[in-house]
Each structure stands twice: as structure tokens, then as C-alpha cells.
Ligand binder design. Structure first.
Ligand code: SF4
Length: 340
């Protein structure tokens, strides 16, 4: 049995302007120790997918259907108390901006100790020792002295390390990281990703990483879901996605990876903006931005289906296989040239 099995998940929000369908028909599994990346632009539904699984959407205006089976139990129908227990002990989350999760008026040490004592039956002294251990594990130098510092005395990267320490308090089976490195500079970002990878090996947690950056997926994930306008448009192992990308949107994301910027004459950013989810375009939602658009794309939704080359590689695009292979090979050639 998978740790987490999401089946045909749909999430909509009632707004004054109408129904926003933020997630439509998302399915995936996460196994023990696996890292799954969900990648897409802002508004693609990647964060809402995770918030739905965790029961953290505003309940009054949210309609969710499908299943999110956590060790066989459907989180979508779980009672709030059960969800809180699972969130506190088995699934942890790390968000983009640690400042919003840390209390600015309490020291880092106090916040860690309180979180430890909330979840574990430890004396203050033992919790203090555990807090120090965790700060050391996430690479905070002079952890002893820094226990008495306040969040504003830490850099962005160090604050994110503290949040990772908080997330590890319960030795979670699954760590959900929502844009964990977006607010950080490139060097710190690389350090945090390396840290997450090391801790995942050490703690054995599965990781669900949500990002707009395919580079982060390449660094951390085993498998990946590419989302566009509430839908999954491609789903594959990271190796397959990077070696044989099948969808024009993925090609666009790969083309805008920073390491390719030296080759801007041949590569461009994806033109235009993602559509409004109140009134999304008919047919393939990517068609207004797609350089390969055909008439059929404007009227008929391409189903998410196995690629002709590999049944485990899913893609939702009307292009024929020959064109996909040709475009993927072209992109790979440019990528290699850019990397070399
Ligand atoms: Fe582009 Fe058509 Fe494929 Fe959509 S279905 S990605 S518009 S080629």
C-alpha cells in the first residue's frame, strides 16, 4: 500500500464571481522514502492540491471530491481532530516564507522547545537538548548560542533551516514542502535542497515538493507531476521527463531553466499568462500559449494518457508521437549545449 494515494482529486472554490475550479482530476501516489515533485506556474493548482490533502483550505467555500488515502484512510472525509493528529505527527509542512510561520517575539529555542513538548512527552530539559540536536542536524552553526536568538536575527536561509528542524520534530512519514527555497538566493537555495536530500535519507521520510522551478525538481525528486491551469499535463519519472519531455508546456518550462540563459537566442520564456480558472479556454487549456497549437486543440480536451514510448509516462497533448520525439530531441540538444 502506498503511503499516500490521491485519486481523481477535484477542488473548487465558491467566489462572488462564480466557481473557480482550482484542481481537476489529479491522481498520484507517494511511496515511503520517495520524493515527488509537483511543478507549475502560480495558479496551476499545485499548492491547492496539497492544501486539500492536508484539510487546510477554507472549508466554507471549498468543494473537494475524490480521495486522498493516507495509509488507506481518506483524508477528505476525516474528522478535523483526526486531521490535526495526522498533521501533527505523521505529515509535516514547510512553507515558502518562514517568517510567517515563526513567532517574531519568541526565541527560536523557545519555539522549538514548545513544539517538541506539544508533540512529545519530554521534560523541558530533554526538549531543550532535542531542540539543540535538531538545530545542529539542520546545520545551524553554534546551535547552543543561537537558541536564544529571535527569528529576525537569523538570515532567510537559516530561518528555513529552523522550519525544517520544526518539521522534523515528529520524525514525519511525509514532508510537504511548498516552494521551500523560492524566497532564497541561489546559493542558499542549493544548500537547503542538499540539506533536505540529506535529511530525507537520514530520517527516511517521503517528500512532496511543490515548486514553480523545474530545476528544484531535477535536484530533489524521483517523480514529477507537471500541472497547468488545474490539470496534470505530464506525469513521469524525473529521468524520463528530462530525457523525453512530451508536452509543449514542459518544453517551455525546460526552456526557461536559468542554466539555459546563455542560449537565449534559441530559447524563450513561455509567452502569455496562465488562464483565469473562472473561465478557462475550451479544449487544451494551454492552447492560447502553445507554439504547436492545432485546430483540434481549441475544441477537444486532450486526455492524460500513456505516451506511446512508455506506458508509465503520462501526457495530455494532441501532437503526434513523431513531433513530440523530434521536439524533445531538439530541446535536449540545446540543453546539453547550454550545460556544456
Ligand atoms: Fe499544444 Fe495542442 Fe498539445 Fe495543447 S494539445 S499542448 S495546444 S499541441
Amino acid at each position: 500500500m502506498s503511503l499516500l494515494e490521491v485519486k481523481d482529486l477535484h477542488t473548487s472554490f465558491r467566489t462572488d464571481d462564480g466557481i473557480v475550479r482550482a484542481v481537476e482530476g489529479v491522481s498520484f501516489e507517494v511511496e515511503k522514502g520517495q520524493t515527488l515533485g509537483i511543478v507549475g506556474e502560480s495558479g496551476s493548482g499545485k499548492s491547492v492540491t496539497c492544501l486539500t490533502i492536508m484539510g487546510l483550505n477554507p472549508s466554507r467555500n471549498t468543494i473537494s471530491t475524490g480521495e486522498a488515502l493516507w495509509k488507506g484512510k481518506n483524508l477528505l472525509t476525516a474528522k478535523p481532530r483526526e486531521l490535526r493528529e495526522i498533521r501533527g505527527s505523521e505529515i509535516s509542512m514547510i512553507f515558502q516564507d518562514p517568517m510567517t510561520s515563526l513567532n517574531p517575539v519568541h526565541t527560536i529555542g523557545r519555539q522549538l522547545i514548545e513544539a517538541i513538548q506539544l508533540h512529545r512527552d519530554l521534560t523541558k530539559r530533554a526538549a531543550h537538548a532535542r531542540a539543540r540536536e535538531l538545530l545542529k542536524a539542520v546545520g545551524i552553526p553554534k546551535a547552543d548560542a543561537r537558541m536564544d536568538d529571535y527569528p529576525h536575527q537569523f538570515s532567510g536561509g537559516m530561518r528555513q533551516r529552523v522550519m525544517i528542524a520544526m518539521a522534523l520534530i515528529n520524525d514525519p512519514d511525509l514532508l510537504i514542502a511548498d516552494e521551500p527555497t523560492t524566497a532564497l538566493d541561489v546559493t542558499t537555495q542549493a544548500q537547503i535542497l542538499t540539506l533536505m536530500k540529506r535529511l530525507q535519507e537520514e530520517f527516511g521520510s517521503a517528500v512532496l515538493i511543490i515548486t514553480h522551478d523545474l530545476g528544484v525538481v531535477a535536484e530533489t525528486a524521483d517523480d514529477v507531476l507537471v500541472m497547468y491551469a488545474a490539470n496534470v499535463v505530464e506525469q513521469a519519472s524525473v529521468d524520463d521527463l528530462f530525457n523525453r519531455p512530451q508536452h509543449p508546456y514542459t518544453w517551455g518550462l525546460m526552456g526557461s531553466l536559468p542554466r539555459l540563459e546563455a542560449d537565449l537566442e534559441r530559447l524563450t520564456q513561455i509567452p502569455g499568462q496562465p488562464p483565469s480558472l473562472l473561465r478557462p479556454p475550451a479544449g487544451c487549456r494551454f492552447h492560447p500559449r502553445c507554439p504547436h497549437v492545432m485546430e483540434v486543440c481549441k475544441t477537444t480536451v486532450p486526455p492524460l494518457a500513456p505516451s506511446e514510448r512508455d506506458p508509465a509516462h503520462l501526457q495530455a497533448c494532441h501532437l503526434d508521437q513523431e513531433t513530440k520525439d523530434r521536439e524533445a530531441a531538439k530541446l535536449l540538444e540545446i540543453t546539453m549545449a547550454g550545460a556544456g
